[in-house]
Ligand binder design. Structure first.
Ligand code: ADP
Ligand code: G3P
Length: 527
């Protein structure tokens, strides 16, 4: 039970699959209570993935109300929630009208692939017919890909007449999910703040990775007006006050993209530390300190965090995998060989191995390190003996192999191989999965002490902004050190299996474009 004087810090975690509001005891990783609700995605056309921006806001409000009700039931005082932070699925793009406060379109979710043709058009615009996806990397640290918000915004401008009209007349406002939530929580059309943080801005392709400001050259390249953009702030400072609901009057003092929040929550606060978060996708971030490292091997350069207006920005190299846990949602919803995620581990454990089955779940192309938007999913090595259990196990292994792809790139970029990998996210409840990850990469794997590392990072940053004496490095938890999960197979077996994975990758690359000559393709499509 809580006492009347206990103080708390709240964190909104708006992920791709669900939203949650988590209440921590201030200055610790102790979760007092939380409330979580799934957010439905809308799949209007092949390759599209949208969410309703109003549903996102309403769901977050419901989560806040639900968690606060639980806090009161435990004897805690809602007014003792000192401050809150926001962490969110990144890149997902919302555009709304500043006069009405209403969205002009559904949010285009980060893994939506509709903008492949926009990328093609932007590639055509690169001087000297270079068609180089890395053309903008020196400015923003990112390759041209449907993944990022700038490309999605350009698509909205080109394809939704009301968006173009609102951009031309100066009434359009753009935000990633953090900005959209902040705007609504702080008053909406009646003075809601229009701000984002450096980590979210670093995923738009519109922010200069060195100045940490919107870059006029990038805006010109994408043909987007500056008037739509929020103010870029640090990840830990006063953003505004909540104007509605049970938390009316509470300050919001941190914003971080969810992967960067997990970096903070895992306390990877020194150069050379890395974490992997396995949720809908999987994202591996390697802290490069104050240095901007431009990857030569397909990784992204991104802002890790900047904990205060005057604080040094920390950068990270990121390896992004778009389909991790989402592959199990597909096995459940589209193929029907599992009914729920609780079954996955037991099913995969009934077989000793995947019987040489390799599954590349490249549903929307492949992200790091391949950046091949025309890749598609393949399952290779099927035989008469293959069962659902082998496919489930191969799906777990697919996530592990994708992480090996990224770690190999990080090793090449940073020269020093990682000794251990800190892991968190929904998939890490699965012990067999973590053993496979350790085996297939040959690395020690350390599971986070608490599952809600992302929310913890946002809460830590929010608390730091209001409590200057608070040390980010201080031990937060009373629980003991984490036991590493160690490899149980040798390097010969590991490397042989990885070679097979690479063969499967070869079969998935360029699937959309490499099939038939033009005439035959048309005949085939019409058949
Ligand atoms: N035991 C499990 N084994 C493998 N995957 C799991 C397991 N439990 C959950 N998942 C996957 O984890 C994902 C949810 O993780 P979460 O971190 O909540 O995601 P997000 O932050 O993207 O909303 C789902 O895609 C689900 O399929
Ligand atoms: O919803 P998650 O946790 O898979 O995270 C989504 C990422 O932020 C997309 O870049």
């Amino acid at each position: 039970m809580e006492t009347q004087s206990d103080t708390f810090v709240g964190a909104i975690d708006e992920g791709t699959t669900s939203a949650r509001f988590i209440i921590f005891r201030a200055g610790t990783d102790d979760i007092v209570c939380y409330h979580q609700i799934e957010v439905p995605s809308i799949f209007q056309k092949e390759g599209w993935c949208e969410q309703d921006p109003m549903v996102i806001v309403n769901t977050v409000n419901e989560c806040i109300a639900g968690a606060c009700k639980k806090l009161t039931a435990l004897g805690g005082q809602i007014q003792n929630i000192i401050t809150i932070g926001i962490t969110n699925q990144r890149e997902s793009t919302v555009i709304w009208d500043r006069l009405t406060g209403q969205p002009l379109a559904n949010a285009i979710i980060w893994l939506d692939n509709r903008t492949t043709s926009t990328v093609e058009e932007l590639l055509e615009a690169i001087p000297n017919n270079a068609r180089n996806i890395n053309y903008l990397r020196p400015l923003c640290g990112l390759p041209l890909s449907p993944y990022f918000s700038g490309v999605k915004l350009r698509w909205l401008r080109d394809n939704v007449p009301s968006v173009k009209a609102a951009m031309d007349s100066g009434v359009a406002m753009f935000g990633t999910i953090d900005t959209w939530l902040m705007y609504n929580l702080t008053g909406g059309k009646n003075g809601g703040v229009h701000k984002t943080d450096v980590t979210n801005a670093s995923r738009t392709m519109l922010m200069n990775i060195e100045t940490l400001q919107w870059d006029p050259n990038l805006l010109k390249f994408f043909g987007l007006p500056k008037t739509i953009l929020p103010e870029i702030c640090s990840s830990a400072e006063f953003y505004g006050r909540i104007e509605q609901g049970v938390l009316k009057g509470t300050s919001v003092t941190s914003v971080l993209g969810d992967q960067q929040a997990a970096l903070v929550g895992q306390q990877c606060l020194s150069k050379g530390q890395a974490k992997a978060t396995y949720g809908t996708g999987c994202f591996l971030l390697y802290n490069t300190g104050a240095s901007i490292v431009h990857s030569q091997h397909g990784l992204l350069t991104t802002v890790g965090y900047q904990l205060g207006r005057k604080a040094t920005p920390y950068y990270a190299l990121e390896g992004s995998v778009s389909i991790a846990g989402a592959a199990f949602n597909w096995l459940r919803d589209n193929i029907g060989i599992i009914q729920n995620s609780g079954q996955i581990e037991a099913m995969a454990a009934t077989v000793d191995n995947s019987l040489d089955v390799y599954f590349v779940p490249a549903f929307n192309g492949l992200y790091a390190p391949y950046w091949n938007q025309d890749a598609r999913g393949v399952i290779c090595g099927l035989s008469e003996e293959t069962t659902s259990e082998h496919i489930v196990r191969a799906t777990l292994e697919a996530v592990c192999f994708q992480v090996r792809d990224i770690l190999d790139s990080m090793h090449k970029d940073c020269k020093i191989p990682l000794a251990r990998l800190m892991v968190d996210g929904g998939m890490t409840v699965n012990n067999l999965f973590l053993q496979l990850q350790s085996d297939l990469v040959g690395i020690h794997v350390l599971r986070a002490k608490i599952a809600e590392t992302t929310a913890l990072g946002a809460a830590m940053a929010a608390y730091k902004a209001v409590e200057n004496r608070y040390s980010m490095e201080a031990p937060l938890s009373k629980s003991g050190p984490r036991e590493p999960i160690k490899p149980t197979i040798g390097s010969t077996e590991r490397n042989l299996r990885y070679q097979k994975w690479k063969m499967a990758i070869d079969r998935s690359l360029n699937w959309e474009t490499s099939t038939l000559p033009q005439g035959e393709r048309e005949a085939f499509d019409g058949a």
